[in-house]
Write a protein that binds this ligand. Structure first.
Ligand SMILES: C[S@@+](CC[C@H](N)C(=O)[O-])C[C@H]1O[C@@H](n2cnc3c(N)ncnc32)[C@H](O)[C@@H]1O
Length: 278
C-alpha cells in the first residue's frame, strides 16, 4: 500500500467514525483490512483503498468496524465503578426517586463488559433503587462488538480480567471454555449500534453517561462536537464519566469536573454531589 492509498483509508475511517489513524498504524491497517479486501473480491488492501469511495455499503461498514479498537474489560480502572456505587447511584436515586426512573448510557460499550459491570453493581445495590425503573442503554459503532455484547459470552481470559470471583460465580455459568452471563443481568442492558458522530435521537435523554476510552481516538474538533452532543443527551444534573486518559479540555465548556477525577457534570448542575462512604 503506498502513502496515497494509506491516506485514502485514513480519510475514510476519519469521516465514518472520527478515528484518527497515524502513520504508525500502517501495519495495523494492512493486517486488519487484508481479510476484508480478499473477502469482497479486491486483489489486496491497495485495491480496496482505491475502490473504497465507490464500494458497497457492506464493504464500508466492514472497513470501519475493522479499524475500531474494542479493548475493554470488566470493572476497567476500578474507580469509575467505585464512583458509581459511592456517588453517582446514591445521588441520582435521591434526585430521581419521585420520577421513579433512572437512565444510564454506556456510549462506547464495545463487547459489553462495561455495561454488564454496571448492571452487576445495580443488582448488588438493588435495595437502594427498589421501586424504581433503572435502564442501561449500551451502544457502540462496531456491529461485531455489539453482537458479542448481546451474546454475553466471554472467554476464561476475559472473565479473569477485572471480574471479582464472587461476581463470576453469582452471575455467570460455564459452558465449555466460555462463561455466559445470566439472563437476569443480560436483561438489564439494551444494546444497539450507534455512531457517536451521528444523531442520538433514537436513544433519548440520560441521567448518567459513561463515555470512556473513545474520545482519545478522535481529533480535537470531533471530540468537542461529540461532547456537545453527549451534553444534549443528558439531564442538567446528570453525571458524565470519562476514561482515565480522557479530558474535557478543548471542549465547548459544557462540563465541569465533579468531586472526583474522571467524573464530570454539566455546568448547569446546581447541587453539589453527595459523597457517601463505602
Ligand atoms: C477501547 S474501546 C472502550 C470500551 C469501554 N468504554 C472501556 O472503556 O472499556 C473503544 C470503543 O469505541 C468504539 N468507537 C469508536 N469510534 C466510535 C464512534 N464514532 N461511535 C461509537 N463508538 C465508537 C469502538 O468500536 C470501541 O468499541
Amino acid at each position: 500500500m503506498n502513502s496515497q492509498e494509506f491516506e485514502q483509508i485514513c480519510e475514510f475511517v476519519r469521516q465514518s467514525s472520527g478515528i484518527v489513524l497515524s502513520r504508525a498504524k500502517e501495519y495495523l491497517v494492512e493486517s486488519r483490512l487484508k481479510p476484508i479486501a480478499l473477502q469482497h473480491g479486491f486483489a489486496d488492501v491497495s485495491a480496496l483503498a482505491r475502490g473504497l469511495a465507490h464500494a458497497p455499503q457492506a464493504v464500508k461498514l466492514a472497513v470501519t468496524d475493522a479499524m475500531t479498537t474494542n479493548e475493554t474489560f470488566f470493572f476497567r480502572d476500578k474507580t469509575p465503578f467505585k464512583l458509581f456505587e459511592e456517588i453517582i447511584l446514591p445521588d441520582m436515586v435521591a434526585a430521581r426517586r419521585a420520577q421513579g426512573r433512572l437512565r444510564i448510557w454506556c456510549a462506547a460499550a464495545s463487547t459489553g463488559q462495561e455495561p454488564y459491570s454496571i448492571a452487576m453493581l445495580l443488582k448488588k445495590n438493588a435495595r437502594l433503587w427498589a421501586g424504581m425503573n433503572v435502564e442501561i442503554v449500551a451502544t457502540d459503532l462496531s456491529a461485531s462488538a455489539i453482537a458479542r455484547a448481546k451474546e454475553g459470552k466471554y472467554t476464561q481470559f476475559e472473565v479473569q480480567r477485572g471480574l471479582p470471583v464472587e461476581l463470576l460465580v453469582a452471575h455467570f455459568r460455564q459452558e465449555g471454555t466460555h462463561w455466559i452471563i445470566s439472563d437476569e443481568i443480560k436483561r438489564m442492558v439494551k444494546f444497539s449500534q450507534l455512531n457517536l458522530l451521528e444523531s442520538y435521537a433514537s436513544i433519548g435523554v440520560f441521567d448518567v453517561v459513561y463515555c470512556r476510552n473513545v474520545l482519545i481516538y478522535f481529533d480535537g474538533p470531533t471530540k468537542s462536537a461529540v461532547l456537545s452532543s453527549v451534553r444534549r443527551a443528558m439531564r442538567d444534573d446528570g453525571y458524565l464519566v470519562l476514561g482515565a486518559a480522557d479530558t474535557v479540555i478543548g471542549s465547548a465548556g459544557e462540563f465541569v469536573r465533579a468531586s472526583a477525577r474522571g467524573l464530570y457534570q454539566p455546568v448547569e448542575a446546581k447541587r453539589a454531589p453527595v459523597a457517601r462512604s463505602a
